[in-house]
Structure formats: C-alpha cells, structure tokens
Design a protein around this ligand. Structure first.
Ligand SMILES: [Zn+2]
Length: 560
C-alpha cells in the first residue's frame, strides 16, 4: 500500500510543478532554425515608431535556411507585402498561441501553389490571406519554409513572433518557451533625470554616466539636481552568450530598500499600441542623435501596460532627504545588474517661458493660423508642449500655398491628425491637389480633399506642410520592344517613375486577363510562366499616382 501512495504523491507534486507557471503559454517550443540559437534582436527592443514585437534569430548572414514548426499546429495566415514582413507565414497552435515567421523566401511547394492561386483570384500580388484551419497541418519539427531577407529586412535573418491568437498581443518568446543560452547580465550605461513638473519635450535631461564598482554600477559623479520632482530614465543594453549584438533589456525596476517604486517589463505588447514606444523613450534626445533612453515612469499619456503594478506617483524620487535608490535591470533569463545611487537637491533653476500655443495631452487640440488648421485627437500626445507655425512664402509653380513649418517638429504624435490648408491661388485644379510634408529631408505625399476650411489630409508626424498641385502622369517603360518574342522564363520588366515618387496603384493585364507582376524597387517584374499561353498578346499596364493622374501603356508581343 505504501508504494502506490508514494507514487500518487510524487505524480501530484510533478503536476503541481508543471502547472506552477501560469504566465507561460507554451512551455517547450522547438527553436525554429536548425542551427545554434543566436539572437540579432530581442523582444521589446526600440525601433522607429514601434517596439520590436518578436525575436530576430540569426541565420548567420545566410538566406534559405530551413525553418521548422516549434510545435504542432496549422498554417492560419500568409501575408505578402513589399515592405514590412515581406513574405510571412503564421501558424496557430492548439494552446491558443500563434507563431509568426517573417522575411521568408520560399514556403512549402503546396503552400506556394495555394498562395499563387489566391493571388490570381484576388488579382493582387500583395495579399493577406486567412487559410482554412484544416488545409495545411504541421507537426512539431516539420519544415515550413526557408528563411530570407524579404520586406523591410536589413540583412538575412528570421523575424519570429509569438502571439496570443485571440488578442493578437505579442508575447516575449524568451519567457514563453524559446530558449537561447544567456549568462550575460545587461549593461547599464547612463542614468537620465527629468523634472516631472515640466514637459519632457521642454527640458534637457541631466545625464549621468555609470561605472562598474564591485558587484554594482554607480554614478561616475555626484547627482546634484536643481528640481524636486525627479523622474528617471535609463540607457542600457543586453547581450546573450556568444553574441556581440547589443539587444534590448527585459525589465527595469526602481527600488528603495525593498519597496518597488516604478519600472517596466517588456513581456506582452499589442500592435494597436506599439507606437507608444515614442512615449516610453526620451524621443527628443533620440531625434537629436542621442541613444534610446527608456523611462522608468509611465508617461503622462500612455496606452500600453508595460508599467503595470505601480500606484500613483511612486516613481518620483525625493531630493529633500538623501535616500539610496537601486535600479535592477534584467534580461529575460533573469540575469540582473544593479545600479545604486543617491540624489540631492542643489541650486535652483530659472523658469523658461515658451512661446506658442499650449498643446495639452489627453485633450482635443486645434491649432489654427492664417491659412492652415491642425486637428489633434485626445490620444495624439504623450505630454504637452507649445506649438508654433512659421510661414514661408512660395513662388514655385506647383506650390499652391505657403509652406507651413511646425515648431518644434520633433514632438512624436501617437494618432493621425488632420491638416487643412487654404490655397493662396484661384486657378486650381482641385482634383489634383496634394499635401506635401517634409521632415529631415524625408517627404510624404497625401491626396488633399476639400473639407470646408481648406484642402486636407491625415498625417502622423509633424514637419513642414504645403499644398501642391500635380498634373503630371507617371512614366511607364517596358524592357522589351514592341513585337518582342518571349519564351518560358523570359523576364518582362516595367519601370515606373513619378514626379512626386507617389505611385498609388499598378496593374498589368494581358489580353484583359490579370497577370501577376511583382514589385521590386521602382520596377514591376513578371517571369513568363504557364499563366501566359503560346501566341500573340497585348500587355496593358495602368499606373496611377497619388493625385489620380493615370498612364496607360501597351506592349504587343508574342510568346513562343
Ligand atoms: Zn525583427
């Protein structure tokens, strides 16, 4: 009787141990590549306008490495686009998670055939396809395709994401079953101190370098601050074993003794709010060429929950009596580094008067001056600031209004806002108007539509705005002469250019039937295959720019 009882207890214990980690969704995932695990980027790392939502797995700078399913499941979605993920495949697993593989090259032959059939059905190369659940089942360890460098990928690697299937929130794969050797603690480099009474956009942080002393990191110089309500930010990076890539950290925690005052954990991030990265970092410091400083306190307006678990303003440090603070920074494997410091109040500061209209966070804001109007929704800004618009006269033929330069232009905007501009001229072709936005020599063009005040479009970034007219149609050029002879494998290439570099749509048809051309830079390409029967053909390309100017181009040719 003793023996079975012992077995009962030990199996009960085993059950307790395996269920003791409620946050873990997939306790044991196979690494998706067949090589030694190595990270090029971690989860939650800081990128322009988004958190990094997965892991970048090193493919040792090579393409076409086999990718395997980390667990049983089925292919649920295929997405093809020229930017972003490039060629991506999504697998749903029975435990309620989805894994995503981006920047891929080829998928399985049966999947490629299905995909091409759907692209022809929908007459679109760019596609976001839901795949019926039973169609392509995959087993743990089964090859699902080959890695690549497609989409907005800076060099070959596999971008891997783990999501909650229902909410589509991205989970940190390193704390949910993907293992990568890591015994290296994060490296803190700098502390940044902010006056919480001021807008983060209207101050320069006090930056303090950190040096390693014994087991912890300490400030290289005393921290004397001329203000009382102190918020803190940190510059830190992390590496895994055998990797020299500085990756992002997983957690930062501000403590006073045993009391936890503030901090963030990069564990679960939603795509809806990934742009909140611009509130999490000292955006202005980064904009002006500095590193990514991460704030330990919740910004004044913020939608993500990476700061969960801290009440009120507990993050504010006290300069009135000298306290000892610690910041613990950890990677996903709980390798931890400790920063120990104290601060003191020293001197006082002169209050700067900012000119311009106050823009208030968490509130609707309208800014209007002669000839231009901006409408910002309550979720547009993470903190307040003062806004001005400088007006610069225009004399260029295509420019139909003055140029309006927003100052400062380095304030991050969370949600799209409407810009409406009145024209200074009367001889307008109102169907061909665009708004051109320029920031740091980067141009964005949007079609402008009359809204009662002026001609308007939506933007998500400040800069200089101007109304322009575009009557020029795109230029379209074939790589073949009229009457050319082609055969299986011949590349038909169509070069497309536009005066405003704003192609809105491209379509090619052969004798009226849609033919799949693939965008590659400024060209659209098709390699002759079974979709083109032997005989005489007439290829028609229709290209439309943002203003709606349209170009038809035709090429008669013959397939041998
Ligand atoms: Zn990535």
């Amino acid at each position: 009787m003793r023996k079975p009882f012992f077995f009962f207890i030990s199996s009960l214990l085993a059950a307790l141990i395996t269920t003791a980690q409620p946050t873990q969704r997939s306790s044991d995932l196979m690494y998706p590549l067949l090589i030694k695990p190595k990270l090029n980027a971690s989860f939650g790392e800081m990128r322009p306008n988004h958190f990094h939502m997965g892991l970048d797995l090193s493919t040792e700078a090579k393409e076409n490495l086999p990718v395997q399913a980390p667990a049983d499941g089925y292919i649920a979605r295929i997405k093809i686009e020229s930017g972003g993920f490039g060629r991506a495949i999504y697998i749903n697993h029975p435990n309620g998670t989805t894994t995503v593989y981006a920047h891929m090259n080829r998928f399985l032959p049966a999947v490629e055939t299905y995909l091409e059939k759907k692209q022809y059905e929908q007459e679109s190369w760019k596609i976001d396809l839901s795949v019926p659940a039973g169609l392509f089942r995959v087993k743990r360890g089964q090859i699902i395709g080959y890695s690549g460098n497609t989409g907005s990928s800076e060099g070959p690697h596999l971008h891997f994401e783990l999501r909650d299937t229902k909410t589509e929130h991205c989970l940190n794969p390193l704390t949910n079953g993907i293992s990568v050797e890591d015994h290296v603690s994060p490296e803190p480099k700098q502390l940044a101190f902010y006056d919480y009474d001021k807008s983060i956009y209207e101050q320069v942080p006090m930056l303090i370098a950190l040096i390693k002393k014994g087991d912890s990191y300490v400030p290289a110089s005393p921290i004397d601050l001329p203000f009382e309500k102190v918020a803190v930010g940190i510059l830190a990076s992390d590496r895994s074993d055998g990797s020299y890539n500085p990756n992002g950290i997983y957690r930062a925690l501000l403590k006073q003794g045993e009391q936890k005052l503030a901090g963030f954990t990069l564990e679960n991030i939603s795509y809806d709010f990934t742009r909140n990265i611009n509130g999490h970092i000292d955006y202005v410091h980064r904009y002006k060429g500095g590193n990514y400083i991460q704030l330990l306190h919740r910004p004044k307006f913020f939608q993500e929950d990476i700061y969960a678990g801290f009440a009120g303003k507990s993050f504010l440090l006290n300069t009135n009596n000298i306290e000892r603070y610690e910041i613990h920074i950890a990677d996903a494997h709980q390798n931890t580094s400790v920063i120990a410091f104290s601060i003191r109040k020293s001197g006082s500061q002169v209050k700067k008067i900012w000119s311009g209209q106050p823009i208030v966070y968490s509130q609707k804001n309208t800014y209007q001056v002669d000839g231009i109007k901006f409408d910002f929704s309550p979720d547009a800004f993470y903190d307040g600031f003062h806004m001005q618009v400088l007006t610069i006269a225009s004399n260029d033929f295509e420019e139909k209004s003055k140029s309006y330069q927003v100052q400062p232009d380095y304030i991050p905007v969370n949600s799209s806002f409407r810009v409406s501009i009145q024209s200074s001229q009367s001889n307008l072709d109102t169907s061909k108007l665009l708004i051109r936005k320029t920031i740091k020599h980067k141009i964005e063009i949007k079609k402008a539509v009359y809204d009662g005040f002026g001609f308007s479009a939506m933007f998500r970034e400040l800069g200089a705005f101007q109304l322009i007219e575009d009557r020029e149609s795109p230029l379209v050029q074939f790589n073949l002469q009229k009457g050319a002879l082609v055969k299986s494998g011949t590349l038909i290439s169509i070069a497309v250019s536009d005066n405003n570099k704003s192609i809105k749509s491209f379509e090619a048809r052969c004798n009226g039937k849609w033919l799949m051309f693939k965008p590659t830079g400024t060209r659209y390409q098709y390699q002759v295959d079974d979709h083109l029967p032997i005989g005489e053909h007439l290829l028609t390309a229709v290209v439309v720019d943002e203003a709606g100017n349209k170009t038809f181009a035709q090429l008669p040719f013959k397939r041998l």
